[in-house]
Design a protein. Sequence first.
Length: 215
Amino acid sequence: MKKDDLIQQTAEYIREIFKIEGSGHDWWHIHRVWQLSTWIAQQEGANLFIVEMAALLHDLDDWKLNPQEEAKACKWMEQIGLNADEHKEIQQVIDQVSFKGAEVDTTPDSLEAQVVQDADRLDAMGAIGIARTFAYGGHKNRLIYDPEVQPVLHDSFDAYQKSTAPTINHFYEKLLLLKDRINTPSGQELAQQRHLFMESYLEQFFQEWHKQEQV
């Protein structure tokens, strides 16, 4: 089967699984990461097939959505008959996408992993990133904000996974850190405006919060 056909078959498979996912990791998140990964890969000279497949499969086994390790991505790649080298490369990219804590080093070791990680992180920033953050917070029954709960810069993946902090804390524990952790020049350029928008949003949020305390 041609590589373009494998990509489209994978996109259809993923769309069906994630079409009603309500935590901000739905099909349209994956679609945006796929399209943005493709664009960054073209700018940076990465292997398009590896990037597109990894972008489409990157949330299939994500710990936030699937607490049990089912290796669905691996099974899918076996099902569509990818060769061992492609399978290994794609899985390595998938394994390196996620943010795992403010003090945890997640620097990718290939250009393809840098590209997909950048695209996924860019979708966690800006206006869409803000919307997704509150969608996830609601999905997990988290408070919007609690001034008595301070942000924590987690020093292990385990601590990051166990956090139940209010959603606003997530900006300081992850989102505002992403600008300086974008790998590619193409991604860095896009990150600047999205970062500024998040800072502006938080400024407005706290103006309104403190205003209601004065009323």
